[in-house]
Design a protein around this ligand. Structure first.
Ligand code: F6P
Length: 374
């Protein structure tokens, strides 16, 4: 794991990739200030790795110098001052051939060459599974790489939490709270669709904290009859409204994922399950049902205090890892401490909600239904 730690670090580049998440700017600030403190020059790559692959598209150049001025006052800002991208992955970069056909090519060698051109000694890559995979390949090609895990989905393995998740859950809970009063006043069913990709963390935590009656997550395929039974049971008990929180990656038993779009060079776009579930509920129960898709609202806005703290800790820990001569590791939060794990161990495995976890049991004890078949 240790590379040539005798090679002095002078110039470090930071890249933010994948979907944005509240806390990215806090990581950039902490890494920049920690690096400057050690006498290093800090740089930011624009839009994931695009700044290195297509520098001609940027008026100020594809990489920018990060100084104290540039990172002042950004801890509380959502998004990323560097820009990000979850399309045109450099490992599978889509190109159009002269005959019009499409192909995906690996452009990571160009990134390695750009590092040499700009005399960059190390990379701090902040991102989700896609960025980790790219970081792993770049490390194999000789770059000194430290990864910082990011995603509102909280589905990265080997870290207890990713920053962005807490802010997303807090916003979802606020939304569910607001929907409660209108659902109760009208005696309606409201289906709230939240992001999370193939993991149910956001739906589960927001659903429990927001006192949902039904939570549908990818880890527990649901039975629609159970959904309507629960709604009608509540009705019989004088509870004329129901709040259903559904994760975008949830699917019925034997059914398939709800996919909006599949495009070359990027992940499938999930979505639409809320609308389907709402329609089916109305058909089965006859109850007036509305759907609210929280979508990208969960990714925007200012990071929570928890996310700011862990993001700042992740950024500072990444610089300490470089200083200690570490290579090809991801900074991970384990309990109260930051530690390093090999990137190779963190990729390829998603962190799903464990079905035997106390959080699932807590939901069951609160009579929240996952609507699985008997
Ligand atoms: O991974 C973060 C995430 O917000 C997922 O929850 C969601 O499925 C996806 O990104 C949406 O991506 P896009 O920005 O392409 O719509």
């Amino acid at each position: 794991m240790l590379l040539d730690s005798t090679k002095t670090i002078k110039r470090v580049a930071i890249s933010t990739g994948g979907g944005d998440a509240p806390g990215l700017n806090a990581v950039i600030r902490a890494a920049t200030l920690s690096g400057i403190k050690r006498g290093w020059e800090m740089y930011g790559i624009r839009d994931g790795f695009h700044g290195l692959l297509t520098p001609e598209q940027y008026r100020e150049g594809g990489i920018i110098r990060l100084n104290r001025e540039k990172v002042r006052g950004i801890t509380l800002l959502g998004g990323t001052i560097l820009g990000t991208s979850n399309r045109n992955n450099p490992l599978r970069y889509p190109i159009t051939l002269p005959d019009g056909s499409k192909e995906e090519v690996d452009r990571t060698d160009e990134i390695v060459r750009a590092f040499a051109l700009h005399r960059l000694d190390a990379l701090i890559t902040v991102g989700g599974d896609g960025s980790l995979e790219i970081g792993n390949i770049l490390a194999k090609k000789g770059l000194r790489v430290i990864a910082v895990p990011k995603t509102i989905d909280n589905d990265l393995d080997k870290t207890d939490f990713t920053f962005g998740f807490d802010s997303a859950v807090a916003f979802a809970v606020e939304g569910i709270d607001r929907l409660h009063s209108t659902a109760a006043s009208h005696g309606r069913v409201i289906v709230v669709e939240v992001m999370g990709r193939y993991a149910g963390w956001i739906a589960l935590e927001a659903g429990i904290a927001g006192s949902a009656d039904i939570i549908l997550i990818p880890e527990i395929p649901y039975d629609l009859r159970k959904v309507s039974e629960k709604i009608l049971e509540r009705e019989a008990a004088g509870r004329f409204f129901t709040i259903v929180v559904v994760a975008e990656g949830a699917a019925p038993v034997g059914g398939s994922l709800s996919v909006i779009q599949k495009e070359a060079g990027r992940e499938k776009r999930l979505g639409g399950i809320g609308e389907k579930v709402a329609h089916e509920i109305e058909t089965l129960t006859g109850k007036e049902t509305r759907v609210v898709v929280l979508g990208h609202l969960l990714r925007g806005g200012t990071p929570s205090a928890f996310d700011r703290i862990i993001a700042l800790r992740f950024g500072a820990a990444a610089v300490r890892a470089l200083e200690n001569g570490e290579q090809s590791v991801m900074i991970a939060l384990e309990g109260q401490r930051m530690k390093s794990v090999p990137i190779a161990e963190a990729i390829g495995k998603m962190k799903s909600v464990p079905l035997d976890s106390d959080i699932i049991q807590t939901a069951r004890d609160l009579s929240i239904s996952f609507c699985e078949p008997d």
